[in-house]
Ligand binder design. Structure first.
Ligand code: ZN
Length: 118
């Protein structure tokens, strides 16, 4: 394998995306060619230390999280953060209404039907 052929495969080699025979030829060339080995280390360093690159957007993270959750069969939370207080408030109001209704019904005088009066 020539230097040009080897360098053309370095990115795929780095990410493990080359066929086994290509991998073996690249490894054999790198072990015998200091110039290509230096090129490979420089490429590897630049790929692994890209701290200056901008981070993916929040939307990208959310889309990725959703895709992973879907792939794993784990349902992402259907509630948005702002919906939870609304639901909690509604549930609290329902409980309060039920308590008030029960108390109001308990205060009413119970009058027996006419046929049952003594
Ligand atoms: Zn070479």
């Amino acid at each position: 394998m020539s230097c040009g052929q080897t360098r053309a495969e370095l990115v795929g080699f780095h990410f493990g995306e080359v066929a086994a025979d290509v991998r073996a030829r690249v490894e054999a060339h790198l072990s015998s060619c200091p110039a290509c080995l230096a090129e490979f280390w420089a490429l590897k360093r630049s790929l692994e230390t890209q701290a200056d690159e901008p981070l993916p957007s929040v939307e990208s993270f959310r889309a990725l999280r959703g895709a992973v959750a879907e792939e794993l069969g784990v349902a992402a939370s259907p509630w948005r953060w702002w919906q939870r207080p609304v639901v909690l408030g509604f549930a609290t109001a329902c409980v309060a209404l039920a308590v008030v209704t029960v108390q109001a019904l308990e205060r009413r005088q119970v009058v027996a039907p006419l046929g049952l009066r003594r």
